[in-house]
Design a protein around this ligand. Structure first.
Ligand SMILES: OC[C@H]1O[C@](O)(CO)[C@@H](O)[C@@H]1O
Length: 380
């Protein structure tokens, strides 16, 4: 029953991860798209924090029934999503795609709070027309022209999970116990890291539309890297490879938890929310759904893989585990630096321009005039 329950949960989470970031990016005004989209990750982190707090109290239940409540409370956010979804309007893009242009325009006027929406409405209709011309989004996504989107749909979720964040999210109590904390202190420490995770997500909400995506990615990467090196050194110095630390001083516990919190904050204002935001804003309408499916699948597959192999990795690699994730943080920061153009303040329907102007991706992406010329050449 537990396995069936987990499968149903996974199904629901998959549907939400597919639709929420895309929906928010479609309806948000482009100037606040970053901040609004990041509310999704904020909701995730608040959910994780609340679960940490509840687990802390449920674990103390003397009749041993606490675990039932831990599992059962998953129904609360599910009910909230179901009720919320009943009242949400369709996005203008989706209405246009289904031929309801007039309704789409009214909706756009309503969500923008102004009747001056002609320009945006025109862009949406054009995006929808090119989307309608595409009969096979999956095959289209494989075309050279969409290489930047395909690469980002795979690389961003892959790297997000290779930061090692879910090792902290899923296993903080185990991790803290392994490095010498009592079981209550372990649950308490995971509550603290959960709190920092949620709080630091606010930082990204307030900054992403001002400083942009790239700076947050790179700053967060540097912060996580430094913390991983310090944590490695701290664990290596006390535990070595035989895993026998003797009596651990108090300052040591503070140092480890402190750097884990700084690491968590680095993730929370960079790869955490940006891992959902950036893919949701770079996929053009004609491949949006297919590309987002890849994004969500890669994310979930690597979440699963890391959760599965973490304990045996910890046994074999000891403190080297953190070096393993630090190495990937270095690689992903290099990747962002070289390959991700800034998307701050660019309307979704005009996103193709950022690839056309990018030193690497411009080879793959034709500009509108080149495309028109190519069509003329082909017809001659
Ligand atoms: O904040 C941590 C959480 O953020 C994610 O990386 C992306 O939403 C999840 O996989 C993780 O559990």
């Amino acid at each position: 029953m537990l396995i069936v329950g987990r499968m149903l949960l996974g199904f629901g989470i998959g549907c939400a991860n597919q639709s929420v970031p895309i929906y928010v990016s479609e309806v948000a005004p482009y100037k606040y798209r970053g901040a609004l989209n990041m509310m999704f990750q904020l909701a995730i982190t608040i959910g994780i924090f609340v679960a940490n707090v509840l687990n802390y109290f449920f674990a103390k239940m003397e009749n041993g029934e606490g675990w039932r409540y831990s599992l059962g409370f998953a129904a609360v956010p599910a009910v909230m999503i179901i009720i919320g979804a009943i009242f949400l309007p369709d996005s203008p893009s989706s209405l246009i795609e289904r031929g309801k242009d007039e309704k789409a325009k009214q909706e756009l006027i309503k969500i923008r709070g102004t009747s001056d929406v002609d320009e945006e409405f025109k862009d949406l209709v054009e995006a929808s027309e090119s989307s309608m011309a595409v009969k096979h989004p999956w095959a289209t996504l494989l075309k050279r022209h969409y290489r930047p989107q395909l690469v980002m749909a795979i690389a961003i979720p892959f790297f997000q999970q290779l930061t090692g964040m879910n090792v902290i999210t899923f296993y903080a109590p185990v991790l803290f116990r392994t490095i010498g904390f009592g079981s209550n202190a372990s649950l308490m420490s995971s509550m603290i890291t959960g709190g920092f995770n949620a709080l630091a997500t606010f930082v990204s909400i307030f900054t992403v539309d001002k400083v942009g995506r790239r700076k947050l990615f790179l700053e967060g990467g540097a912060q996580m890297f430094i913390c991983q090196i310090v944590i490695t050194a701290a664990i290596a110095s006390k535990f070595g490879v035989d895993g026998n630390p003797g009596i651990l001083p108090k300052w040591y516990a503070f140092l480890v938890v402190g750097f884990i919190c700084i690491y968590v904050m680095g993730f929370a204002w960079s790869w955490g929310p940006l891992g959902w935001l950036v893919p949701s804003e770079i996929f053009p309408l004609e491949v949006r759904s297919a590309a987002q499916s890849i994004n969500v699948s890669v994310n979930m597959i690597f979440t699963f893989a890391i959760a599965q192999v973490f304990t045996s990795m910890l046994c074999h690699m000891k403190f080297g585990l953190f070096i393993f994730f630090a190495f990937f943080v270095l690689v992903m920061s290099g990747f962002i630096h070289k390959f991700l153009p800034e998307t701050k303040g660019v309307p979704i329907e005009e996103m193709s321009v950022v690839w056309q102007n990018h030193s690497f991706w411009k080879k793959f992406v034709k500009s509108a005039s080149e495309e028109a010329n190519a069509k003329v050449d082909n017809s001659c």
